[in-house]
Design a protein around this ligand. Structure first.
Ligand code: NAD
Ligand code: WQD
Length: 342
């Protein structure tokens, strides 16, 4: 059975392609390589022994998208990762984010409708909850005004999907990720931040390897046990496995509603300082860091109520913070070795 994975050479997409292939699915990737490298296809083949099909195209191009879906009309489902995701950049370039993230979703849905492909898994984000009033946050929590155009594209995309599902011709599972980190245990695939990373864990590993001078810890006056902000970090491999579960749920007609939403987190929150400590423990490296002001737009604390995903999907995150940090560090070491050999 063939699954289309858009954004499949990206960070979460590539790990998901690996898990899908290991479960026996055939995969076709669509990616425009705006934030990933074609070599990822080789790495996936090295890990799984199978080469996914690869279509280099921009989903914003409606004609090319339609032609590609026509060519692969035997796909039984789609996982849609392709999107731009840099929060800060989206504030600078909102139209680029709406054009890319909304335009590509609409083009893709139109093509799927034409070729009667009904199973759709969407990459959503815990960013839709903003700062929740109640923790852990469940799927029923009210959504809040997005802090950034990027976050707004996730809210709008969920609305577009809900409306499309109401036509009766599409089933959707929207997966709201908390903070994905870590890399594959082979260290052959992982996150490839272009330029200076925005996110905590790539910043930590780049500081430890000497690419960055020091890490800034944003905010020490949050209402948390050590004053730094809390997030629910989830290992990217656990996250990838949840997508296989979601696809199987649709293929087995086990969905209870045509539009379902699941939180994907571990259910545990860690502060920035706890993440740093876990990194120092597994790497044996002392990290250079300084305390600075809060980062604009950051929320204080969030972690997931995972009971719905655990019970209904039958999926649970297995890997802990140390495994996340260990794999992130192995990945940084592998990248550095690779770059030195170039
Ligand atoms: P990523 O940038 O590594 O992967 C996205 C991929 O989509 C890239 O390979 C990029 O080249 C491709 N792409 C972007 N626009 C495209 C277009 N118009 N046509 C074809 N390909 C296109 O990002 P990721 O971290 O793997 O994120 C995957 C998805 O998960 C995104 O939708 C993101 O918003 C969502 N998400 C990510 C996080 C996170 O922290 N990484 C958290 C919540 C949600
Ligand atoms: C985590 C914590 C920072 C960097 C972002 C998006 C969100 C989602 C996941 C897609 C925060 C602190 C960070 C640094 C630090 N993506 N930090 N020093 O902000 O929770 O979420 O990625 O949907 O939409 O906003 O993740 O990794 O940037 O930050 O102290 O150099 O680490 O303040 O408390 P965030 P992050």
């Amino acid at each position: 059975m063939k699954i289309l994975v858009t954004g499949g050479t990206g960070y979460i997409g590539s790990h998901t392609v690996v898990e899908l292939q290991e479960e026996g699915f055939e995969v076709v990737i669509i990616d425009n390589l705006s934030n990933s490298l074609k070599e990822v296809v080789d790495r996936i083949e090295e890990i799984t022994g199978k080469r996914p099909l690869f279509e280099e195209l921009d989903l914003v191009d409606a004609r090319a998208t339609r032609d590609c879906i026509k060519k692969h009309h035997d796909i039984v489902g789609v996982i849609h990762f392709a999107a731009l995701k840099a929060v800060g950049e989206s504030v600078e370039k909102p139209l680029q984010y709406y054009h890319n993230n909304i335009g590509s979703l609409v083009n893709l849905l139109k093509a799927l409708d034409e070729f009667d492909i009904r199973n759709f898994v969407f990459s959503s984000s815990c960013t839709v909850y903003g700062q929740p009033k109640t923790l852990p946050v469940s799927e029923q929590a009210p959504l809040q005004q997005a802090e950034s155009p990027y976050g707004n594209t996730k809210k709008i995309s969920e609305d577009i999907l809900r409306d499309t599902v109401n036509t009766g011709k599409l089933n959707t599972i929207s997966l709201r990720y908390f903070n994905p980190i870590g890399a594959h245990s082979t260290a052959k695939i992982g996150e490839l931040p272009l330029g200076v990373p925005d996110n905590l864990v790539p910043y930590i590993t780049q500081t430890a390897i000497g690419k960055r001078e020091s890490l800034r810890v944003f905010g020490t006056d949050y209402n948390t046990h050590d004053g730094t902000a809390i997030r629910d970090y989830i290992h990217v491999v656990d996250l990838a496995k949840a997508h296989v579960v979601a696809v199987n749920r649709m293929l087995n007609n086990a969905t209870k509603e045509p539009f379902e939403v699941f939180n994907l987190g571990t259910g545990n929150g860690f502060t920035v300082l706890e993440v740093i400590q876990a990194f120092e423990k597994v790497s044996g490296k002392k990290l250079i860091y300084e305390f600075t002001e809060r980062r604009k737009g950051d929320i204080e604390k969030v972690w997931a109520d995972t009971s719905f995903a655990n019970e209904e999907l039958g999926w649970k995150a297995r890997l802990g913070l140390e495994e996340m940090m260990n794999s992130a560090w192995d990945w940084e070491l592998a990248l550095s070795k690779h770059n030195k050999e170039q």
